[in-house]
Design a binder for this molecule. Structure first.
Ligand code: SF4
Length: 361
């Protein structure tokens, strides 16, 4: 059997590991042992699995592997402590991930550490504010590659990672099966055991998949990259609106919430004279009240380094005065609103900026 055909055990749930053990005539209890070694002890080789006999390690080596993505570069720490990592994958493609410390004023400043992970090599969606959208889509990441970003960064981090956000390169719901399997692995108590409330999926809005998450009772935090409730405006910022209208999206979020009872987050970048009118704030208020949703106002980060053209080139952040008016209106309307400061902006690691830039040679 060539190494290409070997089963990557890092991407298998305990149940799938049991099926694998059965296929090589091994007892079921080996599945939990192997899972524990890979996800709790984070080993890279079968020889490190101390309670697995040598002859079995040899059998594993013939039919299986433990996927291992490598950090090929990382940025120097940003002024705010954020670090961006470049992982090289086995087919010579790359993705980026970001370690984000809490803000100094955060109540959990001593304990919180967030990792932002990628789900695709490039992205096909072409959101006009996003640097990743300018990179040609190459492929979906495997379950193992998604989980391994967390494992590798935990290995080098002095502090435990506490939160995971699926907000790096790619649209998570376009890689649905692998993303959901990765969440199953990350939340497995016999492995890393992350609480599902510490995992956030951010989507550009695939109404069909949002409904599927509801049907499957996926209780992670869901964030929708919204940016406008007017189809004609949103479609210019996010072409995916041609496929799913704003109404279809909001209906799918209702459905998801009715099934999971989870609160929702809208991400909203304020663009000058595009989506920052007080009428936009009123529209947002109505939807937030219907959906028990909060709003995260995200600063627009320049993507000039990607040499944007057309509509993307015209995008400018709203003035501080206009942004204040918009946020004040939401607050007056009793909408829970956060104004996120940018993490890692000086190393192009902030939201929408991941595009393989700013590494030291
Ligand atoms: S914002 Fe997300 S979905 Fe849109 S182009 Fe960027 S990576 Fe893709």
């Amino acid at each position: 059997m060539s190494s290409k055909e070997k089963v990557d055990l890092k991407g298998l749930t305990i149940n799938k590991l049991k099926q694998y053990m059965k296929s090589i005539d091994q007892p079921q209890f080996r599945a939990e042992q192997v899972f524990n070694w890979i996800h709790k002890h984070r080993v890279n080789s079968f020889s490190e699995m101390k309670n697995v006999p040598n002859d079995l390690q040899v059998i594993f080596t013939k039919s299986a592997k433990i996927g291992n993505i490598e950090i090929s570069k990382h940025t120097n720490q940003s002024n705010d402590g954020t670090i961006k990592f470049l992982f090289s994958l086995s087919d010579s493609t790359s993705v980026e991930s970001v370690l984000i410390p809490p803000r100094p004023e955060a109540v959990d400043v001593n304990t919180r550490l967030t990792v932002c992970i990628s789900t695709q090599v490039g992205c096909p969606l072409d959101c006009k504010f996003c640097a990743t959208g300018t990179i040609n889509f190459n492929r979906n990441l495997t379950t193992s590659e998604i989980v391994d970003q967390v494992i590798q960064l935990q290995k080098i981090s002095k502090k435990p990672i506490t939160n995971i956000v699926y907000m790096g390169m790619g649209e998570p719901l376009l890689n649905y099966d692998n993303v959901m399997s990765s969440i199953e692995l990350l939340t497995e108590q016999k492995g890393m055991g992350f609480g599902s409330s510490r995992i956030t999926i951010s989507t550009a809005g695939f109404a069909d998949r949002i409904r599927q998450m509801g049907d499957e009772n996926r209780k992670v935090k869901l964030a929708l990259s919204l940016h406008s409730l007017v189809d004609e405006v949103r479609v210019q910022i996010m072409p995916i609106t041609k496929k799913f209208s704003v109404k279809e999206l909001i209906d799918s979020l209702f459905y998801y919430q009715s099934k999971t009872n989870k609160s929702l987050m809208f991400e909203y970048i304020l663009f000058e004279k595009i989506n920052d009118r007080l009428e936009d704030a009123e529209l947002l208020t109505k939807v937030c009240k219907k959906l028990k949703a909060r709003v995260n106002i995200i600063p627009f980060h320049s993507i000039d380094f990607t040499h944007p053209e057309g509509f993307a080139k015209t995008l400018k952040p709203s003035s501080p005065e206009r942004a204040l008016e918009f946020v004040t209106k939401l607050k007056q309307n009793k909408v829970l609103v956060f104004q996120r400061l940018s993490a890692g902006i000086d190393i192009d690691a902030a939201c929408g900026q991941l595009a393989f830039t700013h590494y030291q040679q």
